[in-house]
Every structure is written in structure tokens, then in C-alpha cells.
Design a protein around this ligand. Structure first.
Ligand code: ATP
Length: 332
């Protein structure tokens, strides 16, 4: 068990009639922001529901904040917030009414519930709109309401299930910033799921990858994104001239559009780059050490290649029992 573990699972399994959603999952999760990454159907939502005491495991055990998930579900839900994946908001009430109601359901008296709801809605960035019926909200606003109701009872830990689902790039960035703030400013530990590997890089301290209900990897983000031996050099123009000059000086260089990647053989490489840029009178935009991205960890080792594009890459769906047809209508 990791020191100051807040969630621990031991050989945790969940079997549905036709699918094993979790397969002897053993993992410890510490405080801070933890990403739970896996393809659709990997078992992320199932794990969260078991940790909340909403689903009973078929085997193994799990504890949240030292409480057993099978026997202490109601106690866990008092101190843990939950933002579910699917749309579950009543369209006819306003965000204020809904979040106040949820605060009261958590045991807060009416006045305190109103105050907490107002604060929380402000924190998630809902202002005047909070008095309008939720039915007229954009997806981004609905996600914020779901986040607010997860935070309103001042939990020690929140589970956020695919909080960026359906958001455009700007909405996604704003949601990720909010998640980071929950972890840093409010000191609430976060377990956030995503099927997009790259998107959690910005916000997580630790990343857990599951596939077909099994643990693939659990590591500090820094282990995923170690510094590489390459530097990236970006110049406004003259890339080829710079590449030629560096290669003449014995450096190993590849050109990608405006950017060059240079292998750092020794600290001397930096001086060589600087001198070449000066001699050729080029406008240097960026010189930075490349870091391995989470996606790179899986590229090549994954069952299928991770697509390379500007959007965060989706975790490749590995063939597993979880990809077979399921009783979708039975899902919560
Ligand atoms: N109530 C249920 N009955 C039968 N099978 C289920 C049920 N709930 C989930 N499953 C199946 O269990 C597997 C894991 O589902 P789960 O929802 O936990 O995955 P996930 O990683 O959260 O993916 P997604 O983001 O698509 O929900 C999937 O194959 C899913 O179809």
C-alpha cells in the first residue's frame, strides 16, 4: 500500500452475465489528482460505482478513505462527491434550485445549502445563468452543474466520470483548469476518468491505465513524461539552412516543418545550436527539451496504434471480453 493511500483495491472484480468489467484489479491511489484512463468499456465507470458503494463487486475488496465499499457505502458518499458521466439533470429547474436541493440531500440546512450552492456555482463559473432552467443550457454549462453538485457538500474526494465528454476544445480546456484548481486550491483529491490519454497530462499527478478491466499501468505522471534526449528548435524561417549547419557540425537533426529536433549528445549541442542561429541571423521562436508524452508510452506497445493528431489521442481499444455486446439497457 502507498503511503497516505486514499483508495485501495485488492483483486477487485466485477462480472456481468456476459462481460467481466473489472478483472482482479489491485491498485493504490494516493491524494492529489489521479487520472483513470481507459478505452470505452475498459471498466472506469464500473470501478467508480463500486468505490461509491453503488455496485457490489463480484470478488476482491476495496476501501475508500479507509472505509470498506461494501459495508460503508453511505458513509463514503457523505465525504465523496460524484460527477456521473451521463446527462442526469432535471431540465425544468434552475442550476441554483438543483444544487441547493443536492446540498440539502447531503444533510446541509436550507440556509447553509443556499450559501454553499451559490459559492460552488460561482467557483465552477456559472453566474447569472444559474437562475435559468437547466434544459436551455449548453453541454459545457450542464457539465459545470454536474461538477457543482459533486462539490457542494464539501467532499474530501471527488470522482469525475468523463467530465470533458461532449465539450469543444475551449470548454475542455476550461474544465481541465477547473479540475486542476479543485486539486490545488481547494485541496480536494480527484479521481478523473478519460478515454483520452493526452488530455490528463495537464492536470494529473498520477495516471492509472486500465484495459479490459485489468490494470495496465499505474505511475506518477512524471514517469510517463520523462525528459527525452532531444531538444526542439523552432525558427521562423531558414529551418533547412539551420539543419544543414547543425549536421555539418556533427549533430543529428530531423526537420518537421518549422521545427527541428536535435539529439543532445552533450551540453555542447546547446552552444552549437545557439551559434548556428546567430551566424545565420535567424529568428529563434523556441528552444526546449522534448518530453515524452503519455501517448508515446503507448505508441508501439499498444494493441493498435494511437492516432497522431492535434486532439488528445484516444486509448486504443484492445480486444477483450469487454468489447463484446452487452446489456446496454441495464446500465446505470
Ligand atoms: N449494468 C451492466 N450490465 C451489463 N454490462 C455492463 C453493465 N455496466 C457496464 N457493463 C459493461 O461492462 C464493461 C465496462 O463498462 P464501464 O461502463 O465500466 O466502462 P467505461 O470504461 O466506463 O466505458 P464508458 O466510458 O464507455 O462508460 C463494458 O463492456 C460495459 O458494456
Amino acid at each position: 500500500m502507498r503511503s497516505s493511500t486514499i483508495i485501495t483495491t485488492d483483486e477487485l472484480s466485477k462480472r456481468y452475465p456476459r462481460v467481466t468489467a473489472l478483472d482482479r484489479l489491485t491498485v493504490d491511489i494516493g491524494p492529489g489528482v489521479t487520472g483513470l484512463v481507459g478505452a470505452n468499456g475498459a471498466g472506469k465507470s464500473t470501478l467508480i460505482k463500486i468505490l461509491l458503494g453503488l455496485l457490489v463487486p463480484s470478488g476482491g475488496r476495496a476501501e475508500v478513505l479507509g472505509m470498506d465499499v461494501v459495508t460503508r457505502g453511505p458513509d463514503i458518499r457523505k465525504v465523496v462527491g460524484y460527477m456521473p458521466e451521463h446527462d442526469c439533470l432535471p431540465p425544468d429547474v434552475s442550476a441554483t434550485e438543483f444544487v441547493v436541493h443536492m446540498a440539502q440531500m447531503s444533510g446541509l440546512p436550507r440556509t447553509a445549502a443556499r450559501e454553499r450552492a451559490a459559492d460552488t456555482l460561482r467557483h465552477v463559473g456559472l453566474y447569472e445563468e444559474r437562475y435559468r432552467p437547466i434544459g436551455g443550457y449548453s453541454t459545457g454549462m450542464k457539465q459545470r452543474v454536474k461538477l457543482a453538485q459533486a462539490l457542494v457538500h464539501d467532499p474530501r474526494l471527488v470522482f469525475l466520470d468523463e467530465p470533458t465528454n461532449g465539450l469543444d476544445p475551449q470548454g475542455r480546456d476550461e474544465m481541465l483548469d477547473l479540475i486542476r484548481r479543485i486539486g490545488t486550491e481547494f485541496g480536494i483529491s480527484v479521481l478523473v476518468t478519460s478515454h483520452l490519454l493526452g488530455e490528463l497530462e495537464r492536470v494529473c499527478d498520477h495516471v492509472i491505465v486500465i484495459d479490459g478491466g485489468r490494470l495496465l499501468r499505474s505511475s506518477a505522471l512524471s514517469e510517463f513524461t520523462q525528459a527525452t534526449q532531444n531538444v526542439s528548435v523552432e525558427v521562423e524561417e531558414g529551418q533547412q539552412a539551420l539543419a544543414d549547419r547543425l549536421m555539418d557540425a556533427g549533430e543529428t537533426v530531423t526537420v518537421h516543418g518549422r521545427r527541428l529536433t536535435v539529439l543532445v549528445r552533450s551540453p555542447q549541442t546547446y552552444d552549437t545550436i545557439r551559434d548556428a542561429v546567430c551566424d545565420l541571423d535567424l529568428h529563434l521562436i523556441r528552444l526546449e527539451q522534448n518530453r515524452q508524452r503519455i501517448e508515446d508510452v503507448f505508441r508501439g506497445s499498444a494493441a493498435e496504434p494511437v492516432p497522431s493528431h492535434s486532439e488528445p489521442a484516444a486509448v486504443p481499444a484492445a480486444p477483450s471480453p469487454s468489447s463484446s455486446p452487452t446489456t446496454e439497457q441495464a446500465r446505470g
